[in-house]
Design a protein around this ligand. Sequence first.
Ligand SMILES: [Cu+2]
Length: 479
Amino acid sequence: MRIRTSLFASSLLLAACGPNPSGGPDRYDISKMDLKPLPAQVSNERHTGTFAAGSSLSTTATLKPLDPAPVKEVRLDTTHKIIEIAPGVKFSAWTFGDQVPGPTVRARVGDKIRFSMTNRSDEPVPGVQLTAAPMMHSMDFHAAMVSPQDKYRSVAPGQTITFEFTLNYPGVFMYHCGTPMILEHIASGMYGAVVVEPREGYPTKVDREYVVIQSEFYTKPDPAKRKVDGAPLYVLDGDRLRAAQPTYTVFNGVHNGMVRQPLAAKAGERLRLFVLNVGPSKTSSFHIVGTIFDRVWFEGNPDNQFRGMQTVLLGSSNSAIVEFMIPENGSYIMVDHHFANASQGAIGLISTSAKSDEKDIEHHNIEATATPSDPEEVKGKLDFESKCLACHTIGQGKKLGPDLAGVTKRRSDDWLAKWLKSPEKMLESDADAKAMLKEFGNIPMPNQSLSDAEIKQYIKYFRWIDAQSAAAAGPHAKH
Ligand SMILES: [Cu+2]
């Protein structure tokens, strides 16, 4: 009797979801789709004013709720502008909607997107005279089913293209510039996401929704040594680009951006992330430390469902919706589990404390979000985050190695320089180093092959940290 009931229940489920081979209604019935969009229009009219417009657009990681209008007017103009990939790293980028990644479009199956784009790559950026030369650009929506030769045409600076299409499949779709060299246009920042909900909405309820877009940057210092606001300008490194050797791999356009500004959540909540891997050339092994994906909808379509996953593998332009619980208070770490990519900046936090790790700030009096201003200190901080965080923390207690908050108080600059140059020599000859080795379970710190210039930057960064906490502590310092 038990068996019969559950068989009955599962056949009901089968009938209710997905294309049904036995002849039931197919929700992706081609004969019911709009596959006859009007031809694209190209004009010499230049749009002025805001670079991105439309009530379906979200410009940050927080995804706005669905706008119910069945026709979505979307404007994403292209610009050339300087963006900041990491603190102090100013990069000459090309954009949709004047930001990288471009704004996220949210719509529903059956909705029509009425798109327009003016190529404004020839407009000077206020206050900056350094942007790249004007350039042809185009728009390729993976969410559309249209003739690329018509809709994805390149338009010249000053021209406007408009076209419309109907959304036939749910998913999280990439959009990008399709003008040759496509690789260069994507690597310069021309991409974003379209979230298409199923016609009937998602089958689950969640408390918060965020968009996480992974992408690579390939940078080199400007050969002409130009500067922006006193900081060196970085430009696209074509050799690294073709060799698929990024300098930064990031979430939402910024190196460790969501470490400095974590996404908010509360214990007990259910979250939905819309995750897109742009590439252009690397895969992402998307994982969140501390939880399990209750549901994964590969490519953002609930028909492609996995349960209880630890990691989702995303090729270039693949996506997924992942849903999970925040089990208890803490900071849950989003990473590309290809750790070489994570060490280049593909790390972010979902945190239950708005000011992340409040306890530790109180303890060590360091603002978690504080960033030094001196370029050498900034370099030290970035290098520290990518090379040393595996074994050290600053103000969060010991890991494999000591907590480095206060290290400039217990060691001289000379000692630190010698240690960083050659820990193995120090462990042979220096009594303090030997004592430390003993305290850390006889695990020696591996030589990090640092240059003298890098060592100087680390020490400057450690000095800056200790100066911060001394200033914040004032006369009431506890230790
Ligand atoms: Cu382009």
